[in-house]
Design a protein around this ligand. Structure first.
Ligand SMILES: Nc1ncnc2c1ncn2[C@@H]1O[C@H](COP(=O)(O)OP(=O)(O)OP(=O)(O)O)[C@@H](O)[C@H]1O
Length: 681
């Protein structure tokens, strides 16, 4: 078993240079190679006759080399090698580019299977740069691996075969047989072998299932252990009898039962000995900010300072105003710390935070600066939505020993998935929206109806409401796109909306300019705001009742839902118009889903199905180790089984310290090490 964990350079055909290249793929040992699973497979088992091969489509043919032509030297760096082959009935020309070794390996008179795309007419068919396999090969399904420069497919295949051989000599499996049989899983050695060189497609699936099970189980265990670790730390416990009534009494509305319940869960955590690590999940507009404010008030009454981090200046300013409105009348001092706060004010805030005279600071990543120190930081609130990296969160947490942490997210995700992704957090969910909210009515229309849509918007503005028009920009730095959005705003101001006050907001504006526009919109000095997606997260102007999204096809479902959440935040009926001339099936499906439901959970689930978890989570830094085999959106059944298993394992052995869990523990560490960070602390 030892050789499996020695440097990969020891394998035949690898050496130091290739070992360095493999390191780029995260491969250091033969064991790592075993987990470098194929991205796909080339299945040579069903060749078709040359005459029946569809032009330009991937297929496999079985041919004999008839004769090889002289190489054609085209220019420096380009030599073409050709051979004529036949399947017994029809000829096909095999073409290789700059591949003398591949050409040498083809022998006249021998039979091969070739995978590629056929081109040319019926009389002169060609196959360019095919993957080639000797016809008498025992393995007909071949792996196709992610590669890196200096490592070709044959090199990797040869190395993987050696790694498999090493594992075969001394098979091992961390999973007890009983568990394996209970879940119908292959032994580890067989699974690793079959995932690389499957005897048939069914076995490949079974092998993947075993490895996906392992991966998910290790992820789940890692998250749960981290949660348990967190519980063992000690935090400053707050007083249970802290009176929240003054806060509730000063709120301009009555909290929903859901909000109150979330506040209870949070304050119970704050009174515990261990630091809180909680996710507050709620659909768009569900009132998470008020819950966060209650938590800040509670901490403040206990003499602790709080930090609330927003992703953009616009949101930081908005949260700052909200917190001021809710908390300052109750004697809680609130400060704003963003990149555009002037140096003098900033210094004052630094001082006030350091000497403890300021209780709550709201800001962007400006809060991370090393000049910022707190007298007694007790609570840190961030928004998962806000794409703070784990590293940044850690930085802030470091500023105050072991503060309580609350993460807010407006992306409702299915429960099994949440248990996995946020396995290290406790979860509070806001299920209902504040009373009196009406679902946003949503329509998908084509550009032909633009004038009607504008007239509909005018009706809303006429009634004293406000509206947004969102113009997507692919690239914020692209001058011509920026120009297009600006001209759009100018042209509607001069035309369809000449009787109204139109504002423009885009990502390239200076923070102070953005702030001015948002303030004007909030104060109803503007009726209509043309905006790029900077309004996407969290902007809260309840008087806005109409939203038009141009080129709606450019957005994924979750993003459309976020955008739509900018209206329907008051008691008036709100509307969302999705404008698109796109007619693809996928786009139509998205528009239909949006028109049909306002339920964030349903939308998130549909989004997950349509795009897969990679895109769904997008650039958001959720701090999860990258999964190589399992697919969080499709392996739902497996997720259930894994969660049950993880629970059972930890009930008996909370930190996997029992000797029989030694190997499993190593695997968990390996998985988390792959993510390059120590996670969500
Ligand atoms: N219980 C309530 N009753 C009435 N209005 C409420 C209540 N709670 C919050 N609101 C108001 O609802 C609006 C939305 O609240 P908030 O901005 O906290 O939503 P959110 O959950 O942060 O949404 P998003 O994820 O879209 O930012 C705000 O204008 C807020 O003042």
């Amino acid at each position: 078993m030892d050789a499996l964990f020695q440097p990969v350079a020891n394998l035949k055909g690898i050496g130091t240079k290739r070992a360095e290249a493999l390191e780029k793929l995260g491969i250091r040992t033969p064991y790592d190679l075993l987990y470098h699973v194929p991205r796909g497979y080339l299945d040579y088992s069903h060749p078709v006759p040359v005459a029946a091969a569809p032009t330009g489509e991937p297929c496999v043919i079985r041919v004999q080399i008839v004769h090889k032509l002289a190489p054609q030297f085209i220019r420096k760096g380009m030599t073409i090698f050709k051979a004529v082959a036949t399947d017994g009935l029809n000829d096909v020309t095999v073409i290789l580019y700059n591949n003398p070794y591949g050409f040498q390996a083809l022998h006249t008179g021998s039979w091969y299977r070739m995978s590629g795309k056929l081109q040319g007419g019926l009389l002169r068919r060609e196959i360019s740069a095919p993957h080639v396999l000797a016809d008498d090969s025992k393995e007909l399904i071949y792996p196709s691996y992610p590669l890196t420069s200096g490592i070709t497919m044959p090199i990797l295949v040869r190395a993987v075969k050696q790694a498999i051989e090493l594992m075969r000599q001394q098979p091992f499996d961390w999973m007890p047989e009983e568990m394996r049989l209970e879940h119908g899983l292959l032994p580890l050695t067989a699974a690793l072998e079959q995932v690389h060189f499957p005897a048939n497609p069914a076995l490949m699936e079974t092998a993947r299932r075993r490895l996906a099970f392992d991966e998910l189980l290790q992820l789940q265990l890692g998250m749960l252990i981290r949660r348990a670790d967190n519980r063992r730390r000690s935090a400053y416990p707050m007083r249970q009898d802290t009176d929240l009534e003054p806060f509730y009494g000063a709120l301009p509305f009555t909290m929903t039962a859901g909000q109150k319940h979330a506040v209870e869960e949070i304050t119970a955590d704050l009174c515990g000995d261990a630091p809180m690590n909680r996710l507050l999940q709620g659909d768009v507009g569900s009132g998470k900010t008020a819950v966060a404010a209650a938590a800040c008030y509670f901490a403040a009454r206990n003499g602790m300072q709080c930090a609330l981090m927003a992703p953009t200046e616009i949101l930081a300013v908005q949260h700052y105003h909200t917190m001021q409105q809710f908390l300052e009348p109750l004697g809680v001092s609130v400060g704003l710390l963003t990149g555009s706060v002037r140096a003098k004010e900033r210094r004052e805030i630094y001082e006030a935070l350091a000497d403890g005279s300021m209780t709550l600071v709201v800001g962007t990543h400006a809060i991370f600066q090393k000049e910022v120190s707190f007298a007694r930081l007790g609570l840190v609130i961030t928004d998962e939505q806000h794409r703070f990296g784990v590293a940044q969160r850690t930085l802030l947490a470091d500023k105050g020993g072991c503060p309580h942490k609350l993460v807010m997210s407006a992306t409702p995700i299915p429960r099994t998935l949440a248990l996995m992704i946020y396995g290290d957090l406790d979860i509070s969910v806001l299920k209902e929206l504040p009373r009196g909210r009406l679902p946003v009515q949503t329509f998908a229309v084509t550009g032909k109806l633009r004038q009607r849509a504008y007239s509909f918007i005018r009706q809303q503005l006429e009634q004293g409401h406000q509206g947004y028009i969102v113009c997507p920009m692919i690239d914020d730095r692209d001058e011509s796109e920026l120009q297009a959005v600006s001209s759009y705003a100018e042209s509607i101001q001069a035309g369809a909306f000449s009787a109204y006050r139109v504002g423009l907001l885009h990502g390239r504006m200076k923070p102070a300019e953005k702030d001015n526009v948002m303030t004007a919109f909030r104060n109803h000095e503007l009726d209509l705001l043309v905006s790029t997606t900077v309004i996407e997260v969290g902007v809260d102007v309840p008087n806005a009742t109409i939203l038009l999204i141009e080129n709606a096809e450019r957005f994924g479902l979750s993003q459309l839902h976020q955008l739509r959440g900018r209206v329907g935040r008051g008691s008036a009926q709100s509307y969302c118009i999705l404008m698109t001339d796109h007619v693809t099936e996928d786009c139509r499906t998205r528009m239909q889903i949006m028109s049909r439901t306002n339920d964030g959970f349903q939308i998130a689930e549909a989004d997950l199905q349509l795009r897969g978890p990679g895109d769904f989570f997008g650039q958001r830094q959720h701090g999860l180790p990258p999964l190589q085999i399992a697919d969080l959106s499709h392996d739902t059944q497996l997720l259930h089984e894994v969660q049950e298993t993880a629970k059972k394992i930890l009930e008996k052995d909370a930190d996997l310290s029992a000797p029989e869990h030694g190997a499993l523990r190593l695997e968990v560490l390996r998985l988390f090490r792959r993510s390059g960070e120590n996670g969500r602390n």
